[in-house]
Design a protein around this ligand. Structure first.
Ligand SMILES: [Zn+2]
Ligand SMILES: [Zn+2]
Length: 127
C-alpha cells in the first residue's frame, strides 16, 4: 500500500482513495455532520456565521464544499472566492464563469489539435 502524508494533519498513513488519514476522515465526517445540521437550521448563514455557529474552521467548511461532500445549493449566502477571479463560488475551485471559460479553452485547444492532425494527414496523402 502506498504511504502518504495526510493533507490535514501531515502524519504518515497508508494511502487509500483519499488524501486524508483515517483519523482525519473521521473528524471530517463529524465536521460535515455538524455543518450540515447547522445549515438545516440556518439556511441563509454565510461562511463566517457557519464557522462561528459550529466552531469549525472556515477553511474546513470550504474544503467540504470544494470536495463535493457538502452541497450548498439551498444556502445562497454560503460561498467562497473563486481561485481564479475571486468571485463568489458555491462548488469546486472556480466560479461558474471561470469553469465555463476553462472548459471552452480546453475545448478549443483540443479542436486545434484535431485540426492540426487533419492537416498533417492531408500533407501526408498529397506527398
Ligand atoms: Zn490526518
Ligand atoms: Zn472565477
Amino acid at each position: 500500500m502506498p504511504i502518504a502524508y495526510c493533507k490535514r494533519c501531515h502524519r504518515l498513513f497508508n494511502k487509500g482513495r483519499r488524501d486524508l488519514c483515517p483519523n482525519c476522515v473521521e473528524e471530517q465526517e463529524q465536521v460535515f455532520q455538524t455543518v450540515r445540521a447547522y445549515l438545516k437550521q440556518n439556511p441563509l448563514a454565510n461562511l463566517m456565521e457557519v464557522a462561528e455557529g459550529t466552531g469549525v474552521d472556515p477553511n474546513d467548511v470550504v474544503d467540504l464544499i470544494r470536495e463535493g461532500l457538502l452541497l450548498v445549493r439551498d444556502n445562497p449566502n454560503l460561498n467562497y472566492p473563486c481561485e481564479r477571479c475571486g468571485a463568489p463560488t458555491q462548488a469546486g475551485r472556480y466560479c461558474t464563469k471561470c469553469a465555463e471559460e476553462l472548459t471552452a479553452a480546453l475545448q478549443s485547444a483540443r479542436e486545434d489539435l484535431t485540426k492540426r492532425a487533419g492537416q498533417d494527414r492531408r500533407g501526408y496523402f498529397s506527398r
